[in-house]
Unconditional design. Structure first.
Length: 111
């Protein structure tokens, strides 16, 4: 849900604000504000844990966040548009999808 909200914020709300105001500087300001907010969260986490070396991971975390959004949209496209990953199993029935318990397995659990 967090990824979807972040994507809607940057891919829907920011373009609407740009279209209404006509100011393209909203885009870098929104990205900078997001980076600053992530920096504040990283600083608070480092302060609470008393591990200042966590601040060094901020650029990697920010890169991984954008990578996660890319993976999210690729997976969303594959599932919703290309209709991949569909199965014949419908509902909550797990018959045939779980390991069968035999007497040896049940004896191990009982010990």
């Amino acid at each position: 849900l967090q990824t979807a909200i972040f994507a809607v914020q940057l891919l829907v709300l920011v373009p609407i604000v740009v279209a209404v105001t006509g100011n393209w500087m909203v885009i870098p300001v929104a990205i900078a504000a997001d980076f600053i907010l992530n920096g504040m969260i990283a600083f608070g986490s480092s302060f609470a844990a008393r591990r200042w070396n966590l601040l060094g991971a901020l650029p990697y975390f920010y890169f991984l966040r954008w990578l996660e959004i890319g993976i999210y949209f690729i997976a969303l496209y594959e599932v919703l548009i290309m209709k991949k990953f569909q199965s014949e199993i419908k509902g909550w029935d797990t018959e045939g999808r779980r390991y069968k318990l035999d007497n040896a397995a049940l004896q191990d659990v009982a010990k």
